[in-house]
Design a protein around this ligand. Structure first.
Ligand code: HEC
Length: 188
C-alpha cells in the first residue's frame, strides 16, 4: 500500500474490536477476474459443449483402440495351427494361465469337469474341432451356464486356452466327469 493511503477502519465497533475496511489489492482482484474468465471457458469446454475429455475418458479411448488393434492383428482362425500351438510350451503356459483365471471354477483345475463338462475326453457337446471349440468359447451357452468370452478375452487368449485344452486331451484326470456329447476323433 502506498504511503499516502491510510488504512480505512469500519465505523462499527463491537466489544471494542475494530476492523479494517481497506480496498482489496489490485493483484488480488486481477487474479479473481482471471479465475472467473477461466471458469467460464472451462465450463463451456467441458460441460456445455462437451468438448473436453477427462483423463479417465482418454484412457478408456486409448485402451479401446489398443484392444481393437490387438484384435485386428490377431491371426484369423483359419490361419491358426492348433496342433502346433498345443505342442508349444510357451503358448501352453499362457493358455494355462487363462484357464486358471477364467475356466477352472466351472471346468475343474485339470479340466476334468465340474459345473461344465470334462474337456479332456474325446466327447464334445458342441463339436471337437478347434474351430468349433473356439466358437463355443466365444459365444458361450448362456442357458446352460457357459459364459460367452468374446470381448472379455482377446482372440489370442482364446486360441491359447484352446491349445491348452487340446493338449489335455486324453490326460485322464482323476474325478473326471462322465463323457457328454458325441465322440470326436481327432485327426493326427
Ligand atoms: C460359469 C461356469 C463356466 C465357466 C467360467 C466356463 N465354462 Fe465352459 N462350459 C460351462 C458349461 C455349463 C458348459 C456346458 C454347455 C452346454 O451344456 O451346452 C460349458 C461348455 C464349454 C465347452 C464346450 C464343451 C463341449 O463338450 O462341447 C468348452 C470348450 C468350454 N466350456 C470351454 C471353456 C473355457 C475355455 C472357459 C474359460 C475361458 C470356460 N469354458 C469357462 C460352464 C463354464
Amino acid at each position: 500500500m502506498a504511503d499516502h493511503e491510510k488504512d480505512q477502519v469500519r465505523q462499527t465497533k463491537y466489544d471494542g474490536i475494530e476492523e479494517y475496511d481497506n480496498q482489496l489489492p489490485t493483484w488480488w482482484k486481477i487474479t479473481f477476474y482471471i479465475t472467473l474468465v477461466f471458469g467460464f471457458f472451462y465450463w463451456m469446454f467441458y460441460y456445455t459443449f462437451d468438448q473436453g475429455r477427462s483423463q479417465k475418458e482418454l484412457l478408456e479411448k486409448a485402451q479401446a483402440s489398443y484392444q481393437e488393434k490387438v484384435e485386428r492383428l490377431a491371426p484369423k482362425i483359419d490361419q491358426v495351427d492348433f496342433a502346433a500351438l498345443s505342442q508349444d510350451a510357451v503358448i501352453l503356459t499362457q493358455g494355462h494361465e487363462v484357464f486358471e483365471s477364467y475356466c477352472k471354477s466351472c471346468h475343474g483345475d485339470h479340466a476334468q469337469g465340474l459345473i461344465g463338462p470334462n474337456l479332456t475326453d474325446e466327447y464334445w457337446i458342441h463339436g471337437g474341432e478347434p474351430r468349433e471349440i473356439v466358437e463355443i468359447i466365444e459365444k458361450g451357452v448362456i442357458e446352460k451356464g457357459m459364459t460367452p468370452w468374446k470381448g472379455v478375452l482377446s482372440s489370442t487368449d482364446i486360441y491359447h486356452v484352446v491349445a491348452y485344452v487340446l493338449s489335455l486331451e486324453g490326460s485322464e484326470p482323476s474325478n473326471a466327469k462322465a463323457p457328454q456329447g458325441e465322440k470326436y476323433i481327432r485327426k493326427p
